[in-house]
Structures are given as structure tokens and as C-alpha cells.
Design a protein around this ligand. Structure first.
Ligand code: G3P
Length: 218
């Protein structure tokens, strides 16, 4: 399973990239707005830190302008993945950008039917939002299970399932059990994955015992 980080915060990205666990980055207009910086500059800087796919989202809603925006974003760096919304215009733009050779992430997916359309449009990634479905009392992880099951039936569907809107480590574990290709994690959730109280307790006991020996490895 690949790990992307869901943020436009460059300091966070640098810190997490140093862990060696980061395979890519996803941003969206809300995350870019939080940085208060110029979108193009932010994407450029992220692409200098991370060599894997970096999602940068178009903000137009008509396909012609989406294609113009997508082509501009794709020129920033070779690892830019253009993110388009799951709308008829978005999927039309997806097909054109894929024909250009650009990676495309189709975002705001909330149903298996939409995920089938994204695969048929040749998306590199589809982003189902699990947390936002949970927030309205639906089952976000059931959607991931459905999409993984459907995609497995068709060799021609090469779209990777990119689990988005993750709220906690349980979402990541469930997504991995279902065989989802990618999880995009808020930095806080990525850090939570390391944590277990027995790891801390065990390490403290080992170090205390080691100290009693009076030895040093170096
Ligand atoms: O970047 C897309 C998605 O991960 C957004 O998550 O937390 O705003 O629902 P959230």
C-alpha cells in the first residue's frame, strides 16, 4: 500500500518525507488556501521534495478551462498529478489529459458508480472520500470495499484506489485489508500509525535494563 500525505504544508511534507515512508502528496484548494501561499509556487516546492505523484487540483468547472489549467499544472513538474472533480466535464478533461500523458486523480468520489466512470475515463487514481461519508452517517469503508471488488474484475481498469478523507488509523488498516492501492493521510494520522503504548513501555524497560549493565555499544 502506498502512503500519500494529504496536506500542502511544506514543513510537514519535508518532515514526513524524511521518514522514507512517503510515496506522494495530495493537495486540494482548501489545503492550499490554508497555506496562504501562491498555488503554483507551493506545488513546485512540493515536487522538489517528493518524487512520487503530487496531486494539484483544477478549479475550473468546464472541461475546456479544466484542460487549460491541467496542462499548466502538468508543466510544473513531471510528477504533478492533475486532480479533477468527478463531474461529466471533469471526466472529459480526465480523458484528454490522460491522452496527453498526464497522470490524473479523479476526486470527490462518493459512489461505486462514480468510481466505474473514473476508471472508464482512464483515471490514474480515483479518490473516494471515506470520512465525509461517515460524517453523514453512511459507511465510507463499504464504498472502498465495493470499488476494490469491482476493479478486481476488469484487467482494463488500471485506476488505483486512493482512499481519501481519512480520519483515523482504523480507516488505513481497513483500506489495506481491502487491498486499496493508496491511502492519503493527514499528517496527524500518519504519525498516529507509529503509536502503541506497549512499544513505549517495552522500550522504556529495555533501556532501563541496559543502563544497569553500564555498557555502551559505541
Ligand atoms: O484531499 C481530499 C480529502 O482527503 C479531504 O479530506 O478531511 O477534508 O474530508 P477531508
Amino acid at each position: 500500500m502506498k502512503f500519500f500525505v494529504d496536506t500542502a504544508d511544506l514543513e510537514e511534507i519535508r518532515d514526513l518525507a524524511a521518514s522514507g515512508l512517503l510515496d506522494g502528496v495530495t493537495t486540494n484548494p482548501s489545503l492550499v488556501a490554508k497555506t496562504g501561499q501562491n498555488f503554483i509556487d507551493v506545488v513546485k516546492q512540493i515536487c522538489e521534495v517528493v518524487s512520487g505523484p503530487v496531486s494539484a487540483e483544477v478549479t475550473a468547472t468546464d472541461h475546456a478551462t479544466m484542460i487549460q489549467e491541467g496542462r499548466k499544472l502538468a508543466k510544473i513538474a513531471k510528477n504533478v498529478t492533475v486532480k479533477v472533480p468527478l463531474t461529466p466535464d471533469g471526466l472529459r478533461a480526465c480523458r484528454t489529459l490522460r491522452d496527453d500523458g498526464t497522470m490524473v486523480n479523479v476526486t470527490l468520489c462518493f459512489s461505486p458508480a462514480q468510481a466505474i466512470l473514473a476508471a472508464k475515463a482512464g483515471a490514474s487514481f480515483v479518490s473516494p472520500f471515506v470520512g465525509r461519508l461517515d460524517d453523514i452517517g453512511e459507511d465510507g469503508m463499504a464504498l472502498i470495499g465495493d470499488i476494490c471488488q469491482i476493479y478486481r474484475h476488469y484487467d482494463a481498469f488500471t485506476t488505483e484506489v486512493l482512499v481519501a478523507s481519512i480520519r483515523h488509523p482504523g480507516h488505513v488498516i481497513e483500506a489495506a485489508k481491502m487491498g486499496a492501492h493508496v491511502a492519503t493521510l493527514p499528517p496527524k494520522v500518519l504519525r498516529q500509525l507509529f503509536q502503541h503504548p506497549l512499544t513505549d513501555k517495552g522500550l522504556a524497560a529495555f533501556l532501563a535494563d541496559w543502563q544497569k549493565t553500564g555498557q555502551s555499544i559505541l
